[in-house]
Design a protein around this ligand. Structure first.
Ligand code: ZN
Length: 158
């Protein structure tokens, strides 16, 4: 704010070293992550920017003035060109590595899948064959599968 250097006043608390009182809270960013159910399968997508062969949920940053459930519906339309039914909340999960809070939703969606420029491929996976992973979005998938009586295998992420 005043251009003075920041310093760590206490563990994890970054403040202005002068008198302006600025505190860099570095709050996590809310992200909607969507378990998309389409024709009885789950849509898992690969982001063009990912180097590995990992397929994940549909995700997006909650816009200014937007609710997270609205964001879930918007992202499903933008990224897959599918029309989602009203979302149901699965759970809310920390994702410390990216300083995000993951808000997990399930939707049923219909239409014809067309990927937008963020995604380069997708898979349709039967719920009982889904493998989840131990970060925020993977916990959302795991917990939705558990709600269906399925205990998924958890893959290790690099
Ligand atoms: Zn300052």
């Amino acid at each position: 704010m005043c251009a003075a250097p920041l310093f760590e006043k206490a563990p994890g608390r970054i403040e202005c070293s002068m008198a302006c009182g600025f505190v860099n809270y570095d709050n996590p960013t809310p992200v909607a992550a969507v378990v998309v159910e389409y024709q009885g399968s789950i849509v898992l997508a690969h982001n063009r920017a990912w180097k590995g062969d990992f397929y994940g949920l549909i995700t997006g940053f909650v816009d200014h003035g937007e609710g997270p459930a609205e964001c879930a519906v918007r992202e499903v339309k933008e990224e897959l060109d599918l029309d989602a039914e009203p979302p149901s909340l699965i759970g809310v999960y920390p994702f410390e590595q990216l300083n995000q809070v993951i808000i997990g939703y399930h939707v049923r969606a219909a239409g014809d899948i067309t990927l937008n420029e963020e995604l380069d491929r997708y898979q349709l996976v039967s719920p009982d064959e889904c493998v989840a992973w131990s970060t925020g979005t993977g916990f959302a998938l795991r917990d939705w599968l558990r709600s269906k009586g399925i205990e998924p295998e958890m893959m290790k992420l690099p």
